[in-house]
Write a protein that binds this ligand. Structure first.
Ligand code: PMP
Length: 458
């Protein structure tokens, strides 16, 4: 028999299921393989060099090719590649990383549980919250409230707190205890840019939802992203996060800030909660924690929640929650080095310096004929395209603009996210220099101009 060499493309098509991808859509299109990366740049298998304006999946915040991270991982792998956290075992990197997180996070958060990513951090938070309320004698607190257009991962629990149609359709979600209130979306709000009115309305909608569920005795927690990422980079007015936090405190409802995207310098400071001096009861992190160099997430919780669970477990053998890879020493060693790069390696400061260019570049696109709105904070941003600027009307989905935008951007040498509502999402790494930032936007502008030339678009 003759040997037959199947291409990577064919094997991928035949066997690999891609995350958040339509199966047949992927078979028709085929995979794009990225092979290497350095700083802001990635190279594909065909040798094309591209500027990654999305930091992988908003995670490679320190940029590609950071040798000190590679060394930290290799060194830990050589010494001890794995240590369980079960049976009272521990490893130095996990402990040090927990300590570092507590030092850097809002001061309300004193305890850290490590996960493998954001979805299981959200899932773990739900498990601990349920356990907590049962433990402290409030077992009727079972309902969860989150935001429309929110994203809280893809676990069987988190995907129901997520409020994006594709994550619910045919998945029997959301569950009866998962509820959503409207997103504070200034561009699409009838209140225009009246921040105070948008905030007041959100608080009222939250309180109304709590009432509808029979009052605070039935509500466990409110989950939100400080800036909604996967829902289209929706930036609530300043003061919104604090108002929601206070509303939760008033009603004895736990407040969870999901900082999986916004954490680790993405919006300027290490955590977006800092921008409004918000002290959450719980916080979920992932992505920037290890900057994508190894999988890891965490849920941070307050001393009160920790003690509530601890007290009720007195006499019990175990509290039945944990993963084989909780606190994985290699991921933890990576996390420690990544955090060192943010804080002592100048990367956080560089991101903050670059945020001004980013905001100015975004603003410069506002008068482009296709652009309805530009928004962002730090190095997290969006460009929302509309068919009619006055009406803010959306393009016909049959034009398949997100797909075309993405492909055109790629052809022009820039990778960004193209969301379903014709929103371009941007999250360049914090190591970006001024020339790279300018080039990213030059290429995005060209991509928009190219699209404008298409007869079916204008
Ligand atoms: N929460 C938020 C806010 C996220 O953006 C994401 C991922 N995009 C998650 C949770 C889930 O994280 P992961 O994909 O690592 O499971």
């Amino acid at each position: 028999m003759l040997k037959r060499n199947r291409s990577l493309l064919d094997i991928d098509r035949d066997h690999l299921i891609h995350p958040v991808t339509s199966f047949h859509g992927h078979e028709a299109r085929g995979a794009t393989f990225l092979e290497s990366g350095k700083g802001m740049w990635v190279k594909d298998r065909d040798g094309n060099e591209l500027l990654d304006a999305f930091a992988g999946l908003w995670c490679v915040n320190v940029g590609y090719g950071q040798e000190s991270i590679v060394e930290a991982a290799a060194e830990q792998m050589r010494r001890l590649p794995y240590a369980t956290g079960y049976f009272h075992f521990g490893s130095e990197p996990a402990v040090k990383l927990a300590e570092r997180l507590v030092q850097l996070a809002p001061s309300s958060l004193t305890r850290v549980f490590f996960t493998l990513g954001g979805s299981d951090a959200v899932d773990s938070a739900v498990r601990y919250i349920t356990h907590y309320w049962n433990a402290v004698g409030k077992p009727t607190k079972k309902h969860y409230i989150a935001l429309e257009r929110g994203y809280h991962g893809s676990s069987s629990t988190g995907a129901g707190l997520t409020a994006l149609a594709n994550f619910h359709r045919l998945f029997d979600l959301p569950r009866p205890w998962q509820h959503h209130i409207p997103s504070p979306y200034p561009y699409r709000s009838d209140l225009g840019d009246d921040a105070a009115a948008i905030i007041a309305r959100s608080v009222a909608q939250f309180q109304a939802k709590v009432d509808e569920l029979g009052g605070p005795d039935n509500v466990a927690a409110f989950f939100c992203e400080p800036i909604q990422g996967s829902g289209g980079v929706i930036v609530p007015p300043k003061g919104w996060l604090k108002a929601m936090r206070d509303a939760c405190r008033d009603l004895d409802i736990l407040f969870l800030a999901d900082e999986v995207i916004t954490g680790f310098g993405r919006t300027g400071p290490l955590f977006a909660c800092e921008q409004e001096e918000v002290e959450p009861d719980l916080m979920t992190v992932a992505k920037g924690l290890t900057a994508g160099y190894a999988p890891m997430g965490a849920v941070l919780m307050s001393e009160e929640i920790y003690q509530g669970i601890a007290e009720a477990a007195k006499g019990a053998d175990v509290i039945g929650h944990g993963f084989t890879y909780s606190g994985h020493p290699v991921s933890a060693a990576v996390g420690l080095e990544v955090i060192r790069l943010y804080t002592e390696g100048g990367i956080l400061a560089n991101g903050q310096a670059r945020a001004e260019d980013f905001a100015a570049e975004l603003e410069s696109l506002a008068d482009h004929p296709l652009v309805g709105d530009v928004r962002g904070r730090g190095l997290l941003g969006a460009i929302e395209l509309v068919a009619d600027k006055q009406q803010k009307s959306r393009f016909d989905p049959s034009l398949k603009l997100p797909d075309r935008l993405f492909k055109q951007g790629y052809a022009n040498g820039v990778i960004f996210r193209a969301f379903g509502d014709n929103i371009i999402g941007l999250a360049p790494a914090l190591c970006c220099n001024a020339a790279e930032m300018a080039l990213i936007f030059q290429r995005i502008r060209k991509t928009l101009d190219d699209l404008l030339d298409a007869p079916d678009v204008r």
